[in-house]
Ligand binder design. Sequence first.
Ligand SMILES: C[S@@+](CC[C@H](N)C(=O)[O-])C[C@H]1O[C@@H](n2cnc3c(N)ncnc32)[C@H](O)[C@@H]1O
Length: 303
Amino acid sequence: MSTPTVLAPITLTDAEVKLLQTLVYQECGMFFDERRIHFLRDRVQRRLKACNSESFYSYYRLLTSREGKAELTALLENLTVNETSFFRAKPQLELFQKTILEQILDRKHAKQDWTLRVWSAGCSTGQEPYTLAMLVCDALAYYYLRNPSPVEMPTPKPIVPPPWKVEVLASDMSYSGLLTAQQGIYSESQVESVDYTSRLRYFDKLTDKYSIKPALKSLIQFDFHNLKTDFLPRRNDIIFCRNVMIYFDEAEQKRLVDKFYHCLNPDGYLFVGHAESLFGLSTKFRMMHMNNATAYQRIEGHE
Ligand SMILES: C[S@@+](CC[C@H](N)C(=O)[O-])C[C@H]1O[C@@H](n2cnc3c(N)ncnc32)[C@H](O)[C@@H]1O
């Protein structure tokens, strides 16, 4: 019986790592600077092993070929940081629900425009879009109490009071993240930050897990979008892109913020991570800062 050949680990030269750094940047905007280059090196090394590559050259050729699309996706997935949680950065979510949503609902109500579209760009494993959907549903239920709509409430009471129509778009470039998000099943520790009322209203309890109720899930559209591309979903009232741009360099951050400007409806809002800001990136947004949270409103009249 012949023993399988075990390939010696390939050590990458600095020039080879640089080639990959450029390729990754071109593909998805993530920039691995000096402080993070060891992470890129480590993850590429793992992919080389997983692919049984004989040399860096053959791996790089695969990545840049038509047949190598799946491997390129796998490499990019290995480079992303998927950390997320339900109700992450509460002050921001309070600003979203209590002030901004209220303002948008009032504005839309006056115009008899009953649609609301929120986009979670870089949704990871789904906790962010589900959080947003829960907050919107609660806000609409409360809004409906104070502003009964012209349409009679059907029984059983739907999750979104008619004639309102809510769409939460959840996108990422990680297929495995999107798959987990779409399944909507989370462990006890993952739902720790969800209060009991929301757990009861929006989750079904499985033996040792929590599953998002179908009614909440039905409000969410999951989709693959690489934020590096020019074709991004438009006509959003609010965009959340939190903890994604931190992995981009300044030039790419500026390009993305400019694209978000065009993806928002007039007077729409953009939320970035609580440690991120649009300072130095764009003058097309007006900053709103309240109770330790920030949001950015589109200023009309820019190209
Ligand atoms: C740290 S998670 C943030 C999740 C969530 N927004 C939050 O704040 O909890 C970053 C996510 O951005 C995604 N991402 C990174 N670069 C991306 C790109 N070019 N296009 C789309 N998604 C990207 C990653 O796949 C990852 O799921």
